[in-house]
Structures are given as C-alpha cells and as structure tokens.
Design a protein around this ligand. Structure first.
Ligand SMILES: C[S@@+](CC[C@H](N)C(=O)[O-])C[C@H]1O[C@@H](n2cnc3c(N)ncnc32)[C@H](O)[C@@H]1O
Length: 279
C-alpha cells in the first residue's frame, strides 16, 4: 500500500495523464533476455495500476497476464479496461500488498514493475530499502529459470533532472530518501540472485503530464496524478505557487525552467532488465 498516494482516489483520474511509458522497450527487453516472444510467455505485472502496460501487452497475446496491485480502485479500473473474455490470453487480477507475492515458484517467464518502487517504503536514513529487497527476492522465486524482470523507476538522478524538483527543495529532499539509486538497485538485484543485464535512462516523458508551459505547475489538475506533489505540505505548495507566479510576472520563469531542466542529459526514468539465470 502506498504511504504517499491514495490510489483508490487517484484511480479515478490516473488515465487522464498517465500511460504505459516505453512499453515497447519493456517488451523488447523481455523478448531479448528470455529468447522468447511475448506470445510464449506467462507475464506478471507487479503494481499493475490501471492496467496500461497489460493493455499494451495483450495485443501480442501472451499465454497469461497476471495483474496484481495493492489498490482495489486501480485494480477495478484495470478489470474494466481489459476484456473479460480474451480467448488467447489467460487474465487474472489479485489484490496484493508487496512484498507479499502469493504465487508459486518458477511460474513466470517475465515480471514487470513499473513506477512502483518509490511507493514501497520510506527510509529516514535513505540507506536501505528492506521492502524492495524482499520484493526482488520474491520475484526471483516466482520467475522461471531464464525468466526476466524489468523495472521502470525514478532514481535520485532523474528526479533532480526534473526542473520542478527545484521549486520545492524540502519535498525533493524527502523524495531523495524514498528513491533507491542505480547502485542500490543493482546491489539488491545481485542479493536476490537476479543478474542485471541492461540499464539505461529514457527521455520519454510520457509519465509526466504534458508541460505546455512551466506555469502549468500552478494548476492542481496538472499536479494531481504525480505522487511527487502529493507529499508537499500545504505551505510548501502555497509558497511554490507564490514563487512561480512571481517569476511569471517578473518574466524569469522560462529561464528558471531552462536552467534546471536536465532531463535531456539525465533522462526521465531508468529502465532495467535482470535475469534469473539457468542453473
Ligand atoms: C504510479 S502507479 C504505477 C501503476 C502502473 N504500474 C503504471 O506504470 O501505470 C503505482 C502503483 O503501485 C501500487 N502500489 C504501491 N504500493 C504498493 C504495494 N506495497 N504493493 C502493491 N502495489 C503497490 C499502487 O497502488 C499503484 O497502482
């Protein structure tokens, strides 16, 4: 269960701004590192949300698609989106709170976990992520030998590259403690038994609502489907709105945006693939 976002509430509007970011990359990583086509796979979507990735994968007719999430609201949206009578793919849905993984050993060819890691836990010391560690060990257990896990996530580096993280520095510091770095994820993968095969950052910003103008951050509807803003205090939000309005009136907002926007160099998201090697 996310401690920072009420997903039963967010489920009502999630799909207005969010989609399956880079799903085609996730698919090609799965196929490349398993040596199978999606059609030959049993796939689990961990923290499936409203089923946007599952919806993308369904067109390739995997043998089965297993969707799990902690939020009933998000699962209900996923169920409504995906056809109940898909003849080629076995679909199943389950409410599960990570790190629980109530599935048998060696069941799946591929597992994906997209934009979920930062919801798993809060680490005041920012040094260890026990829920992430347990989750990866469970993923190892439920993957078949030769199976692949893909992860799409924010890292401290990608958060810092987003210009608006500089508008609310206290909130950004809070988030830095929620985000495992690339090095930490790599270590947890190794400890779980999974071997990291590929990692890169992507520039695709489709998990962020389209920014037509930096002053859009003033609008609540722009911010509401981004968990980042949900952790701001009322006074941090008020100060941010005041500052952005002031910069807009002084004509310095665009310059602030351009100075802090580094996503073209550092990416928006990290995408990793790791394999359970054949013994
Ligand atoms: C940002 S959404 C991502 C949804 C989907 N993977 C996507 O990319 O569109 C995060 C999802 O993680 C789920 N989640 C958060 N904490 C969880 C936990 N401990 N166990 C299972 N799901 C969790 C939330 O309910 C939410 O659906």
């Amino acid at each position: 269960m996310s401690k920072i976002t009420n997903y039963n509430e967010v489920s009502k509007s999630y799909d207005t701004t969010r989609g399956a970011t880079d799903a085609f990359v996730v698919k090609s990583m799965m196929e490349n590192f398993t040596g199978k086509t999606v059609k030959e796979m049993d796939i689990i979507d961990i923290g499936c949300g409203t089923g946007n990735y599952a919806d993308y994968f369904l067109q390739f007719e995997p043998r089965s698609l297993t969707l799990m999430d902690a939020s009933e609201g998000m699962l209900a949206k996923a169920k409504a989106k995906l056809p109940s009578d898909h003849s080629k793919t076995r679909l199943s849905f389950k409410k599960v709170v990570l790190p629980d993984m109530p599935y048998e050993d060696n069941l799946f060819d591929a597992a994906m976990i997209n934009m979920v890691l930062h919801h798993l836990e809060e680490n005041p010391d920012g040094k260890s992520f026990p829920c992430l560690s347990k989750t990866l060990k469970e993923v190892y257990r439920i993957l078949k030998p030769g199976g692949v896990l893909t992860i799409t996530c924010l890292t401290p580096e990608t958060l810092e590259a987003i210009w608006y993280s500089h508008l609310v520095p206290e909130n950004t510091q809070r988030w830095m403690k929620r985000l495992a770095s690339h090095r930490q994820i790599k270590t947890y993968l190794e400890e779980s038994g999974l071997s990291l095969k590929s990692a890169f950052t992507t520039l695709m910003p489709s998990h962020v609502p389209e920014l037509r103008n930096p002053e859009d951050v003033i609008s609540e509807s722009y911010r509401k489907n981004l968990s980042f803003w949900g952790t701001c205090t009322k006074s941090e939000n008020e100060d941010m709105i005041q500052n952005v309005t002031r910069m807009k009136n002084e004509g310095t907002l665009q310059e602030f945006y351009e100075t802090h926007n580094k996503t073209d160099a550092f990416g928006i998201l990290e995408i990793l693939a790791a394999r359970k090697e054949m013994k």
